[in-house]
Design a protein around this ligand. Structure first.
Ligand code: NAD
Ligand code: UDP
Ligand code: UDP
Length: 307
């Protein structure tokens, strides 16, 4: 697995080990952390390797989960050239590895391939509306190009591919400073700081709890060879950012105020997955709703901030 020391990757490591697999976790710790997998270090079925996926990797594997890529705007815009390289060169190297070892390969793609969409909710056959030269493009276009590579390796070299388009996901082990909205709001509320709403807070997102997403990953990986995706994965319940801020504040309590900051460039107005394909193909849909998921995430950050 690449990106295995990140937020999603570390949960996937837990899950794959629990199912009895041997896991090689490859990560350069750009936005992930050893802490996320520290609890696995004594496990003889787990191996952690510091490696940058923009360089070739020669190992023997029978399944590859390609998650390496900074995912939050703060991280991916910090070194945008490296972000595109990670998505594109990383995909080439991992597809080359899959081709040589005949391993099945999963790609963590993103709802950002739809850009700032003009249709709602987004289905997989929508081609998207992405600015190719904006500040989010390193991420969006990098992930779009990675999808292109996946489908070309599939058509040209018969590589067995599984492409998931992931929508906003949250949960324990999110990076407290990565600027994503759920972690920001919870950390701000726990510290009694102002809760920063960008724009007027009327933009929407749909938030999926991490355990639900990981269940979707393993179902997609286990699906028949005819299923390549791309397949949307996310929670279709849509909330405005203001509603999220109010929900977090209500749960945490405290003295934080809601404050309004400028909306970042190219910030999508609305985002909601259509998960009809995942339901029909994988029998998958999220089980954990925002209320319960926020409780678990707040619990994690409360402990972490107390350390
Ligand atoms: P994350 O930043 O916590 O994890 C990404 C991991 O990749 C980190 O551990 C990082 O150190 C590693 N990495 C980055 N560049 C690398 C490189 N060149 N070589 C090796 N490792 C590298 O983010 P996450 O939320 O866990 O996201 C995991 C994947 O899922 C990403 O590909 C992301 O684009 C995708 N995704 C996540 C979300 C979400 O809401 N969390 C939504 C859509 C897509
Ligand atoms: N690659 C890798 N590990 C492997 C096989 C290939 O990292 O086990 C890399 C290799 O560096 C190559 C890339 O994957 O640049 C693409 O591989 P492919 O076989 O498609 O390309 P080629 O070797 O023909 O350039
Ligand atoms: N956002 C916000 N306050 C914050 C962080 C983010 O209002 O402190 C907004 C952001 O402008 C966007 C939404 O929340 O409209 C989701 O942002 P995030 O970075 O989590 O994800 P993405 O934009 O990639 O969906």
């Amino acid at each position: 697995m690449t990106g295995g020391a990140g937020f999603l990757g570390s949960h996937l490591c837990d899950r794959l080990l629990a199912e009895g697999n041997d896991v090689l976790c490859v990560d350069n710790f750009y936005s992930g952390a050893k802490d996320n997998v520290a609890h696995l270090m004594g496990n003889p079925h787990f191996e952690l390797m510091r490696h940058d996926v923009t360089f070739p990797l020669y190992v023997e594997v029978d399944e590859i989960y390609n998650l390496a890529c900074p995912a939050s705007p703060v991280h991916y815009q910090w070194d945008p050239v490296q972000t595109t390289k990670t998505s594109v060169h990383g995909a080439i190297n991992m597809l080359g590895l899959a081709k040589r070892t005949k391993a099945r390969i999963f790609q963590a793609s993103t709802s950002e391939v739809y850009g700032d969409p003009e249709i709602h909710p987004q289905q997989e056959n929508y081609w998207g509306r992405v600015n190719p030269i904006g500040i989010r493009s390193c991420y969006d276009e990098g992930k779009r190009c990675a999808e292109t590579l996946f489908f070309d390796y599939h058509r040209q070299h018969q590589v067995d591919i599984k492409v998931a388009r992931i929508f906003n996901t949250y949960g324990p082990r999110m990076h407290p400073n990565d600027g994503r909205v759920v972690s920001n709001f919870i950390v701000q509320a726990l510290r009694g700081e102002d809760i920063t709403i960008y724009g007027d807070g009327s933009q929407t997102r749909s938030f999926c709890y991490v355990d639900d997403l990981i269940e979707g990953f393993t179902r997609l990986m286990a699906s028949g060879a005819g299923v390549t995706g791309p397949i949307n994965m996310g929670n279709p319940h849509e909330f405005t950012i203001r509603e999220l801020a109010e929900a977090v504040l209500k749960k945490v309590g405290g003295s934080s105020r809601l404050v309004f900051k400028p909306l970042p460039q190219d910030d999508p107005r609305q985002r909601q997955p259509d998960i009809g394909l995942a339901r029909a193909t994988l029998g998958w849909e999220p089980q954990v709703q925002l209320d319960a998921g926020l409780d678990k995430t707040i619990h994690y950050f409360r402990r972490r901030l107390a350390e």
